[in-house]
Ligand binder design. Sequence first.
Ligand SMILES: C[S@@+](CC[C@H](N)C(=O)[O-])C[C@H]1O[C@@H](n2cnc3c(N)ncnc32)[C@H](O)[C@@H]1O
Length: 264
Amino acid sequence: MWFGHCHSRHAGDDRERRPLRVKRSKTAGVSNETWSDIAGWYDALVEAGSGPHETALQCLLGLVPGMDGQAVLDVGCGQGLATRAVAEAGAARVVGTDSSEAMIGHARGHGGEATYVVDDAQRLARFGDREFDGVTCQLALMDIPDLDATLAAVRRVLRDGGWFVFVIGHPCFLVPDALPAQAADGRPAVTVTGYFDERFWRSKNPNGVRRVGNHHRTLTTYLNSLVRHGFALEEVAEPRTENHVPLYAEVPIFFAARVRAERR
Ligand SMILES: C[S@@+](CC[C@H](N)C(=O)[O-])C[C@H]1O[C@@H](n2cnc3c(N)ncnc32)[C@H](O)[C@@H]1O
C-alpha cells in the first residue's frame, strides 16, 4: 500500500498501463489529505508489517554507526518506527521529532525509551546547536518542502564530526510520471520520464502514502545540497529486495546514505 505497492502497477499511483502520450487530468481524483489526516491509517499500515518500511529500516540500521553513548535525533519520525529501532540499537538518548502532532501522538503511544517533540524539520527550533551525535531521517526528506533549510537545521543540531543517515524514495525510479513496464524477457520494469522536472506531486492512489504528496527532486539536488551544507559522503545504499514488489529486485526502491558533518 505504499511506495512498493504503487510501483507494482505504477511508480506513483494505480493507473492502468497505457501509452505515455495519453493525457490525464492533473487534479481529478487527487487527495488533499495531510500527514495528520492519515496518521491513524499510517500507524496501522506500519504496525501491520509493511515490506517497504522493513526494507527502509534495514537500510537505515545498516548505515548507522555504533550507538554506544550516542545522542540521536530522528527527524520526520512519524509514528516512531525508526526512532524505536535506534533506541533499541543502544543509543544513550533518542528523540523523535515530527511536525504532525497526530503522528507524534501515535509515536508516544508505542512507548519505549525515546522521547518525542513536535517540531518543523526545516528549523528544528526546539533543539540546540551541536546537541546530537547523530541524526536519522527515514522516508521523510522528500516530504519536507525546503531541503536546504532542513539540511541546514540538521547540520546545526549536529556536533562537528556527527553523522546523518537518511533513506529516501529513490529519486531516479519513484518519479511522478513513471509507468510500469515489462522487459522483453518478461521481467518487471519501469518507464521513467520527467525526471528533471522537480515538483510537488500527489499520487492518485487512494491507498498509497504518496497521496499526501511529496517533492520530487533529482539525485543531483540531494547530493549537491548535502555538500553545500557541509556534509561529506561516507557510504550509500540502494537496497535490492523481493519482500514486497518484484520490480524492486530489478531497480532500487530507496536511496540511502550516511554523511558526516565536516568541521565548521
Ligand atoms: C513517510 S512518513 C515517514 C515517517 C517515519 N520516519 C517512518 O519511517 O515511518 C513522513 C513523515 O514526515 C513528516 N513531515 C512532513 N513534513 C515535515 C516537516 N516539515 N517537519 C517535520 N516532519 C515532517 C510527516 O508528518 C510524516 O510523519
